[in-house]
Design a protein around this ligand. Sequence first.
Ligand code: SF4
Length: 564
Amino acid sequence: MRYRLTVNLETQTIDRSDLPEEAAWLGGRALLDSILLAEVPPTCHPLGPYNKVIITPGLFAGTTMPTAGRLSIGAKSPLTGGIKESNVGGMAGIVLGQLGIGALVIEGESASQSLKVLVIRQDSAELVEASELKGLGNYDTVAALKKRFGQKVVIISIGPCGEMKMAAATVAVTDNDGRPCRHAGRGGLGAVMGAKGLKAIVIDPQGARPLKAVDAPAFAKAVKEYTKIIQSSKSTAFLQENGTAGLVDVSQARGSMPTRNFSAGSYEKKDAINAERLKELMRERGGSMGHPCMRGCIVRCSNIFNDQNGQYLTSALEYETIVMMGANLDIDDLDTIAQIDFRCDDYGLDTIEMGATLGVLTETDQFSFGDRNRAIALIEEIGQGTVLGRILGQGAVTTGKVFAIRRVAAVKGQSLPAHCARSIKGLGVTYATSPQGADHTAGFVTEEPLSREGHTERSRDTQINVIIADSLGLCQFTGLRAEHDLFARLVGPLTGKIPTETDILSIGKDTLWQERTFNTRAGFGSGQDRLPEFMATEPLSPNDTVFDVEDQDLDRVFGEYPKS
Ligand code: SF4
């Protein structure tokens, strides 16, 4: 039986309770959303005591299934003001799952100036004082906690940006090598953790064992089938060879790569930042592709990037960071991008939001395209909490308001990631309508990218299928989305309660409905399901397209949507 740990920072109490029977099939995003909708007042202040940080391993996390140990972290978002689930790799999902923890709920807020660390062991949990960690980056925090609690512990932490309650602050999770380089990046969840006075969660893996399925032979048979599908997929081979950096060339060919603050869809200097260049640097100075962020991953899209001296600089250098800090800021240099990436990981900052924010800043006298040193200096200002840094750390929309910049690529307060909606209109529909704000992982629709028609159903279906994957703990890079029959044959033997394909589909539908309901109660309406105005009027090269999907088609994504 999986259990729930409820940790109250105000009363300093920790309660343990079994998850209810009806949650048997729920994990990850589905379980998180059900708790959030039931327990967090949608109109509460995101940084106040009524908000909760909810952490839920996917349903398969902790089993023998590979690439299925993802972790959901969520709360009411300080960036969007709506519901937020951010999905992250690393080792925490697997170890929490193996310890039998289905949900970890952090509530209340610590007395002012007090900073705590939550320590979870096989049969106990405690809050300990951690004022010595105040202001430390994620790398130093992890080093200090490993020294104190042992080298094998898995750590979830925030950097100084979380402590300063910035709306672009992330929550870091240590990877398979124990580095804090996997991030629940979007929506400012680090700020919510910081507002509660919780610097880190230390998970001792001692006693953690792979979860046993109720019907082990049937589960093993279905896992074998699942593994074979992933191992034989072309996408797996591509990601192992190129990492997500391989998407630079794909995006360039589509004309969907944000360039110079979303003013073009292709970058004439893309060869300086693509996977071929990344691999060339790795051959010269070490580092590697094909790295697993979590134990046992069979896709292994991650990488390790070394500096000019052959020393570790960052992991992983991903497509989103490369493009948002590269093409979008006209920085054609992977070393600079890697230095920014390391600082963002250390300070606990979302690289997507920061790339968009610095893009907005190019419309002021504070920053110019291509200024590498200034880009690094601005990120450092954010980590140090200067006045300008605190503005930028609130994200692209706040920065736009402070400097009276109208042209900001964001939806529901969250900046667009590194895929232009005007060249992939189905994805634009997801950006506009997802309760999560603009997010490529909420439902990437690639069919008929330049057509204005047919995306309502595609986006809705994809959003539902992505939620199923996020709830089961599957990494989206498995490529599995709509295999509901296979998922049913995995969930049934694992839990002993056999779902139908319709039951599996209902996990996605019901969860999407819950997210929409939370946002509606928080004050959102269809007026927020829109892309920025300039995307409807400013053609994007090289396709010379605007985002012209009709408002009524955007409204139909949820307008006809019934709860299952
Ligand atoms: S495919 Fe990549 S992101 Fe997904 S679990 Fe494996 S290494 Fe992590």
